[in-house]
Design a protein around this ligand. Structure first.
Ligand code: ME8
Length: 509
């Protein structure tokens, strides 16, 4: 039987500038989920990319004396470079300026128009240029854009409209009947109560005030609204075609998870379902609006001058330390905070002490006492049971948390193994066993430690892939599959370990 498929996407990042650590958090989060699903045996397709059209980008390019295409080419490759630095295992990096995407967006627009879901009208409203959103008076907060807090301006234009109002009842019913469709619950309730129940107005889906967009195929002075353009990336890049969807599309759609930030849940849970229904397609299984990463408890903004960039952090601390921090520090539903001090604290306490020391001490002792060879005499003691229990129950916990997208809790469950193993060293005091020439017991103690580390490293691999690989290298083991952690005791006897090498060097103040 074929493996079950899993299609996961991130938001596609605006090519308005270099992505900060908050944007980068999302790709790392998606990567951890994708890697975990692969570890579990799923056939995974993981898509990310860049969102490249719109007035804001046209303006930015102009400021720099570049054509929009030159500008987005540069920024898109910078974004891809950072995704690669973070060791993210996406299968495809898509761009909304790709020809295949542009062509399909035009075909979809035409289909929606032909069936009467899009019609020509006139738009009068309050427009926020940076967010490319029209607002009604009642949606404004203190007279400003409710998303970004900036000024809005009165604008009026001939425009095409999408009949969003037509889908209101169906959408409300769908969200209520499918409580997991929008997660966390707080986001779902926000969508229902603040946006859907008060009433959906038809949505303006074309613009004439700038050029940098996909032209409406039958009325070239209009370009397609950037959110209609952007959202459809999830289907155009897996072979969707209005007339003839490919086998690839049939295989992957509906997506299993759209992972996005909390600020854009509205677009994904209101506009996107309506567009899909208009195209007579199924909805994605889940939309998850993750919280934000703040720096010094403040919103990250390039203009605020507090932006921290992933590549700078990686240069200083290494890629897995940055991955660990963002994955561990951002809880399921609340914003997380990043400062250099907090990162260094976590690095020293969790990575250097709990994990790094454990691995280094264990492999060093095995070198010292048994010349690097993996040995066991099966001389058991009661204290072993609790260690083995903790190690063997981790898998189920990690699985449960990953299914709920509680990534920070999942990592914590992996670290429980390492914490418990450190305690086991204190309890068994191998150096005293050695001094007392209690060699048989010493063999079992070191074997239990090495095996706990192996199992921990398998579970760690979606989060810290390089570290996990380095542990396997030092353990010189092939027992790295997900199935291999169903049994305690598979680390190969007689193998020679590689020499110990510290995983994380403590940062001194
Ligand atoms: O919204 N912490 O692009 P974008 C965590 N092009 N996540 C954050 C964040 C923070 N401080 N700041 C932003 C767009 N994000 C659109 C998406 S999808 C069809 C189109 C998240 O570059 C944000 O929520 O502004 C979004 O999910 C992603 O970074 C890209 O943001």
């Amino acid at each position: 039987m074929e493996n079950k498929k899993y299609y996961i996407t991130t938001a596609i990042a605006y090519t308005s500038g270099k992505p900060h650590i908050g944007n980068t958090y999302e790709i790392v989060l998606a990567d951890a989920i994708a890697r975990f699903k692969r570890l579990e045996g799923y056939d995974v397709y993981f898509q990310t990319g860049t969102d490249e059209h719109g007035e804001k980008i046209e303006l930015k390019a102009k400021e720099q004396g570049k054509t929009p295409k030159e500008f987005v080419d540069e920024v898109s490759s910078e974004i891809k470079r950072i995704w690669d630095i973070m060791n993210t295992s996406y299968d495809k990096f898509v761009r909304t300026t790709d020809e295949i995407h542009e062509k399909q967006v035009q075909k979809m627009f035409k289909k929606m128009y032909d069936k009467g879901d899009i019609y020509l009208g006139e738009y009068k409203g309050l427009y926020c240029t940076p967010c490319e959103s029209f607002w009604t008076e009642s949606q404004l907060v203190d007279g400003k854009c409710p998303d970004c807090g900036r000024d809005v301006k009165e604008a009026s234009e001939e425009a095409y409209f999408f009949r969003l109002s037509k889908y209101q009842d169906r959408l409300e019913k769908y969200i209520e009947e499918n409580p997991n469709f929008i997660q966390p619950d707080s986001r779902k309730n926000e969508m229902l109560n603040n946006f859907i129940k008060p009433g959906l107005q038809d949505l303006c889906v074309s613009r004439t005030t700038f050029d940098w967009g996909i032209p409406v195929p039958f009325d070239k002075k209009h370009v397609v609204y950037v959110w209609l353009d952007a959202l459809t990336n999830y289907i155009t890049n897996i072979g969707y075609d209005v007339d003839n969807p490919s086998d690839e599309f049939k295989k992957w759609w509906p997506a299993d998870l759209h992972l996005i930030g909390k600020d854009i849940v509205r677009f994904h849970s209101i506009y996107w379902p309506a567009f899909l229904w208009s195209l007579e397609l199924e909805l994605p299984k889940q939309i998850f609006g993750h919280p934000w990463l703040l720096t010094n408890n403040d919103k990250i903004g390039k203009s605020r001058g507090n932006a921290i960039y992933a590549d700078d952090l990686v240069e200083k601390y290494g890629v897995d330390a940055v991955r660990y921090y963002v994955l561990h520090e951002i809880p399921f539903a609340n914003d997380g905070n990043l400062t250099y001090e907090l990162l260094e604290e976590r690095y020293n306490s969790d990575l250097a002490n709990i994990l790094g020391n454990l691995v280094n001490r264990t492999i060093s002792m095995n070198k010292k006492y048994f010349d690097n060879v993996v040995v066991n005499s099966n001389l058991k003691d009661l204290v072993d049971d609790d260690l083995i229990n903790v190690v063997m129950s981790a898998k189920e916990k990690v699985e449960k948390y990953m299914n709920e997208l509680r990534i920070a809790d999942a990592i914590d469950s992996v670290f429980e193994i390492f914490r418990r193993a450190n305690k086991y060293i204190d309890q068994t005091t191998p150096w005293i066993l050695a001094k007392n020439k209690n060699n048989d017991r010493l063999k079992t103690v070191l074997y239990n430690l090495l095996e706990s580390i192996r199992i921990g490293a398998v579970l760690l691999s979606p989060f810290l892939p390089d570290t996990s690989k380095e542990i396997f290298r030092q353990l010189n083991t092939d027992m790295t599959s997900y199935e291999s952690i169903n049994t305690f005791g598979l680390l190969e006897l007689g193998n020679s370990l590689n020499n110990p090498k510290p995983l994380f060097i403590r940062i001194e103040k």
